[in-house]
Design a binder for this molecule. Structure first.
Ligand code: ZN
Length: 103
């Protein structure tokens, strides 16, 4: 189980976007990378098509999991979650700061 999943809020710990927050758009577990909204933007040159004119488009680039930290939705602070198992057997993440289950 990874520390983040889709729609999590995360903060960037290093690199050009250090300190910025975004929402997880996609997780790539096999690559150990995540795609975060408006973080690690790269310019892509696109060819004109019938649907849209060509030009330069900004697009997110996946960044390593080590470069981000989960923001707990309950206490709104960066938190390294610990994992626990509910009575139902479901694995959940728990905020080390406030002790709340992070869905
Ligand atoms: Zn918390």
């Amino acid at each position: 189980m990874l520390k983040v999943k889709k729609k999590d809020k995360v903060i960037v710990l290093r690199g050009e976007d250090k300190g910025k927050k975004g929402e997880v758009l996609e997780v790539f577990p096999d690559k150990g990378r995540v795609l975060v909204s408006k973080i690690n933007l790269v310019s892509k040159h696109t060819r004109p098509t019938a649907a849209r004119p060509g030009g330069i488009q900004k697009k997110e680039n996946p960044l390593p999991l080590a470069s981000i930290m989960l923001i707990c939705p309950k206490c709104d602070r960066p938190a390294k979650p610990r994992f626990d198992r509910l009575q139902t057997g479901e694995k959940v993440r728990i905020c080390r700061r406030c002790g709340e289950v992070i869905i």
